[in-house]
Design a binder for this molecule. Structure first.
Ligand code: F6R
Length: 243
């Protein structure tokens, strides 16, 4: 999964050295970042003209907080490659006015020409970014109250569940859907129900990832466990045809 994803990202950068990438945090893309770092170190994949926008950040955590997504990205990716610090964008979880920060973030993405390739993970509740199941889709970058399920799932990165922030700032569904290409990654049995909803379920804000069915260019990369609930006819398509 990670090797295929890294190949797509590397290909994007070779074809368009000044690509704008949308990036995700969490466990799922870790190995993809590791692979991209290896490609950078071994054959010189050049990030010097790349711009990145991360999907989300916890509200209340500053960039130097080890639990923040700023810190995560720096530790797991940015400090190992030759990206320019001024080309890295992550929503500011300490912004006093989160609404204004969201508008500013979407404007900034537009001003850089829009996202060429957006990498996504998926929550067990089928969230993308931190767009939690809801009765409507939130379009733009906005403040989110995290679901109890998300707080519980993410507590593995904190010393206890009470330390997990209750709010986050996340790209909205429209922000994500405006990306020219989307690659969603999922692994593990605990993602299989969400993956089923994303691919085979109705398009509904109650399963935010289902909106990707309406995107013109989505690649979904799964391991066997995450694909376990999908109909056999989807899973058995040869990988070369899917890619
Ligand atoms: C992370 C993000 C989330 C995660 C999702 C899966 O920036 O936006 O949607 O992709 O919660 O997280 P992991 O990969 O830790 O299972």
């Amino acid at each position: 999964m990670s090797a295929e994803a890294a190949k797509i990202v590397a290909g994007q950068i070779y074809l368009k050295p000044d690509s704008v990438l949308g990036l995700a945090t969490g466990s799922t893309p870790l190995k993809m970042y590791e692979t991209l770092v290896a490609v950078h170190e071994t054959i010189g994949l050049d990030f010097s003209r790349v711009t990145t926008f991360n999907l989300d950040e916890y509200i209340g955590l500053s960039a130097d907080n080890p639990q923040s997504y700023h810190y995560f990205m720096h530790e797991n990716f940015f400090r190992h490659i030759n990206i320019k610090p001024e080309n890295i964008f992550i929503p500011d979880g300490t912004a006093e006015n989160v609404g204004a920060e969201g508008l500013k973030y979407d404007r900034l993405i537009r001003s850089k020409g829009g996202i060429d390739l957006q990498i996504l993970g998926i929550g067990q509740n089928a969230h993308i970014g931190f767009n939690e199941p809801d009765i409507k889709f939130e379009a733009t970058t906005h403040k989110v109250k995290l679901d109890d399920e998300t707080i519980k799932a993410n507590s593995r990165f904190f010393s206890n569940v009470d330390e997990v922030p209750k709010y986050a700032i996340s790209m909205g569904i429209k922000t994500i859907m405006l990306a020219r290409r989307v690659v969603l990654l999922a692994n593990g049995k605990n993602k299989s129900a969400a993956v089923y909803k994303a691919i085979c379920g109705s398009v509904t804000p109650e399963a935010p990832a289902s909106i990707l069915q309406l995107h013109q260019d989505v690649t979904i990369i799964l391991d066997r466990q995450a694909a376990a609930d999908l109909p056999k006819k989807i899973v058995d398509v040869p990988i070369t045809e899917i890619l």
